[in-house]
Design a protein around this ligand. Structure first.
Ligand code: FAD
Length: 412
């Protein structure tokens, strides 16, 4: 037994590092174990790298319309390996900043695979660390599907896809959840021929039905081919046989069919946070769980926003319309094209849909530029029980997308 700690944390992703930083600032002696990179999936292989690449993709797509906006941009091309280098720089910069803030805060960092021996003991590199309390925040990994085993060459995971140095001519994406949808939009913006296969009856199966229909329309506009209620029957010699009888020959198959919790032996008396809990696998959920554990900040697990990035963004919170009984709710649906700002930004696609009951918002579903920011406004009202009537008293700036929320209130 080498040292005593108040808190030992296994995994330095958003759940682990948030818990560590807050615990140490409350005067606790903290040790954190990480077997790979500080920052976890979110910083190294998830949220941040994908959004960095997405930004290049969106800008490229926007620049194609430069002339419409009075700009000359005659020579436009993509240097994808430079896009990846740019992404790597951002990830490295943020990782270094995080490593520094962990170091400066006095947290002891052990870069090694850790094992929980008991509710008070962690073993790493052959040493035993005694901890009054232990958190495991080991995250999740891409879900493996029988017959679609990742080989890093033809059948790719969300980790493999990040290391492609060149854009493919075409790609088949299996799954239209947030990760599959984001990558479909990235590749398509860069001019790659994209096909999406979704086994559910709708794209983005966890979204409100009208959002699913809209993303289908957006995919159509962007010439992304989609197969719904379809899955992969088998793959032979790079021929992909779909359950609908079609055979495709993509350059790559990218399997984005969910993530499974990383399992390390579960033990009584140990706290589990983040993706490894297997419920909501989002960075902000992991962070809130960690804050709730360390700081005791109350946290409503039913009010966690979902965002699918891309152009336009998609964001939602609360009830979906298909889960509500007819006649038990009010609904407002407003087109983004009704907002002056959307025309100024050349981004008129989308809608704001708000569902209410008894003067209270119970769900919001937004497809729009800046949807990720707008959903927070609705969420603040929902979390604090601010009624629709009270919200109408707020003055929203003009011209903004948020005005759309304000105007929607009068239709409820
Ligand atoms: C492509 C992609 C895009 C995403 N985009 C978004 C997004 O835009 N917004 C969002 O909210 N979420 C997004 N996510 C999800 C987000 O990344 C996760 O929800 C988040 O990282 C979970 O945080 P965590 O701390 O639970 O686990 P992780 O971030 O997975 O961190 C767990 C850490 O534990 C370490 N570890 C595991 N076992 C051990 C061990 N035995 N010893 C030592 N260390 C160990 C791992 O190496 C890892 O670093 C995305 C995910 C992917 C894959």
């Amino acid at each position: 037994m080498i040292e005593n700690f108040d808190l030992g944390i296994v995994g330095a992703g958003p759940a682990g590092y948030t818990a560590a930083l807050h615990a140490v600032s409350r005067g606790l002696k903290v040790v954190i174990f990480e077997k790979d990179c500080i920052g976890g999936v979110c910083l190294n292989r998830g949220c941040i790298p994908t959004k960095a690449i997405l930004h290049s993709a969106e800008l490229y797509e926007e620049m194609k319309c430069a002339q419409e906006l009075g700009l000359n941009c005659e020579v436009l091309s993509v240097n994808y390996s430079a896009v990846i280098q740019h992404k790597n720089k951002i990830v490295e910069k943020l990782r270094k900043a995080l490593e520094l803030s962990i170091k400066n805060s006095g947290i002891v960092t052990v870069i090694a695979e850790a094992e929980i021996k008991s509710a008070n003991e962690i073993i790493a590199d052959g040493e035993v660390y005694f901890c009054k309390n232990i958190i495991t925040a080991c995250g999740s990994s891409p879900k493996k599907i029988k017959g679609l085993e990742f080989d890093g060459k033809f059948i790719l995971s969300s980790d493999d896809i990040l290391s492609l140095e060149q854009l493919p001519k075409n790609i088949l994406i299996v799954g239209s959840g947030a990760i599959g949808t984001e990558w479909a939009r990235i590749f398509s913006a860069f001019g790659v021929e994209v096909t999406v296969v979704e086994m559910a009856d709708n794209l983005l199966p966890l979204a409100d039905i009208e959002v699913s229909k809209r993303i289908e329309r957006i995919f159509k506009t962007k010439k992304i081919k989609t197969y719904k209620s379809t899955s992969i029957q088998k793959i032979e010699d790079k021929n992909v046989y779909l359950t609908n009888g079609e055979v495709l020959q993509p350059e790559y198959v990218f399997v984005a069919a969910g993530r499974v919790p990383n399992c390390i032996k579960k033990m009584e008396g140990v706290t589990y946070l983040g993706d490894m809990c297997g419920s909501i696998q989002l960075a902000h959920f992991a962070i809130k769980q960690a804050l709730s554990y360390v700081e005791g900040v109350p946290f409503n697990e039913n009010l966690v926003p979902s965002v699918v990035y891309g152009n336009p963004e998609i964001a939602w919170v609360g009830k979906r319309e298909q889960d509500l009984e007819e006649g038990t709710y009010n609904k407002s649906l407003m087109l983004i094209s009704a907002l002056g700002k959307s025309h100024c930004d050349n981004s008129t696609d989308g809608f704001i849909k708000i569902l209410s009951n008894n003067d209270k918002i119970i769900g919001a579903h937004i497809v729009s530029k800046e949807a990720s920011a707008m959903i927070q406004q609705v969420l603040i009202a929902m979390q604090n029980n601010i009624s629709v009537s009270k919200l109408k008293e707020i003055c929203f700036a003009h011209p903004t997308y948020s005005e759309g929320i304000f105007e929607s209130l009068f239709k409820l």
